[in-house]
Design a protein around this ligand. Structure first.
Ligand code: NAP
Length: 322
């Protein structure tokens, strides 16, 4: 049997590392695209012990000729497109750069597939943020998109680009519409990772207070190592489609802080609201329904938010040296 090749863009990110580890276990040859081979942080691959199992290639996803060259060279059967400017907060400061990269990179990848080999399967990292101003909950694959940040607008545009290529050119394109998912490898700028890291510092006397923005909003949080299994399952399905991956429940950010503080025996008032950390617009509450993925893909997910926080806290404590 010939080994299947999978390309992962955004291999240096949280999901890229966990997905690479999963695909390696499944026997794939993995090619990871990075924007700059010289200074990309690949500590996620090191942490999961798969750095040597991944072929790293520099590829500017805004340059279609580089993509065409690498697809011709590696002949992948699957491409997982995870590369994106992924921060909602940063997207308010860099709206044009966020929109430009998060949309044109997707066009370039899909055009390259159309030109090189229409049998290559394509996964796009869509986001629950696309739903934004919600009319009714839970969110399903049929809910109306109403993005409320430059990040969400870019992801909605890329999402519709994917559907267009699936419907117009019959390409195998799946969009995984993922709700927030966390892990030890999450970038420290993101809420849950920041709260856990900084709370540990407070508990060790290294930090006085946690500075936070609007913590009266709620989000549906899940566990990244289990979400990448859903990505893989989508690509093994006979029919390309879009699927929501979520936990099915939302938790208020304030409750998450209180839970971590209580676990670390930190006094309740050791956080401070900073108006500077508020966003110009935000989703108040959002949670999804992943019945479609559970029924059609047999995606298995049942972790509650507290169980997930316990896992993350334990891993962070294990890796935080005094
Ligand atoms: P992440 O940790 O922030 O990783 C993002 C990846 O994209 C990194 O490898 C980064 O490379 C790359 N990237 C960013 N800007 C780039 C650019 N201009 N050119 C080339 N590469 C660029 O994100 P993640 O949490 O793994 O998420 C993976 C994907 O899922 C993203 O598309 C994200 O938007 C989407 N998503 C994530 C969540 C979530 O909760 N995690 C939820 C829904 C959707 P560098 O190392 O070079 O910066």
């Amino acid at each position: 049997m010939t080994t299947k090749t999978a390309i992962i863009t955004g291999i240096s990110g949280q999901d890229g590392a966990y997905l690479a580890a999963l695909l390696y276990k499944k026997g794939y040859r993995i090619v990871g695209f990075v924007r700059s081979s010289g200074n990309t942080d690949l500590r996620g691959l090191d942490y999961l012990n798969i750095r040597d199992q991944v072929i790293i290639e520099e590829c500017d996803l805004l340059d279609i000729s580089q993509i065409i060259k690498l697809l011709s060279q590696y002949k992948p059967s699957e491409i997982y497109n995870l590369a994106a400017q992924s921060s909602v907060s940063l997207s308010f400061k860099q709206p044009i750069g966020t929109f430009h990269f998060n949309t044109i990179s997707v066009y370039n990848l899909l055009e390259a597939i159309k030109l090189i080999d229409r049998n290559i399967k394509f996964y796009q990292a869509s986001s629950s943020e696309m739903y934004g101003k919600v009319n009714s909950l839970p969110i399903t694959e049929d809910s109306v998109l109403h993005p409320v940040s430059p990040y969400a607008i870019s992801k909605a545009s890329a999402h519709w680009t994917c559907i267009h290529y699936r419907e117009s050119y019959n390409l195998f394109v799946c969009c995984g519409i993922l709700f927030n998912h966390e892990s030890y490898l999450r970038n420290p700028n993101f809420f849950v990772k920041k709260i856990i890291r900084e709370s540990i510092k407070i508990s060790r006397g290294e930090l006085d207070k946690l500075l936070v923005g609007n913590i009266d909003i709620s989000r549906d949080f899940g566990y990244a190592p289990l979400y990448v299994e859903g990505m893989y399952l989508m690509m093994q399905s006979d029919k390309a489609a879009d699927y929501i991956l979520c936990s099915g429940k939302s938790a208020k950010l304030r409750t998450i802080i209180e839970y971590i503080f209580q676990k670390l025996s930190i006094d309740k008032n050791r956080y401070q609201i900073s108006n500077e950390l508020y966003r110009p617009n935000d989703i108040e509450d959002i949670f999804g329904d992943s019945s479609k993925a559970k029924q059609l893909l047999s995606w298995d997910y049942s972790l509650g938010v507290e169980e997930m926080l316990d896992l993350l806290l334990a891993e962070e404590l294990k890796n935080t040296h005094l």
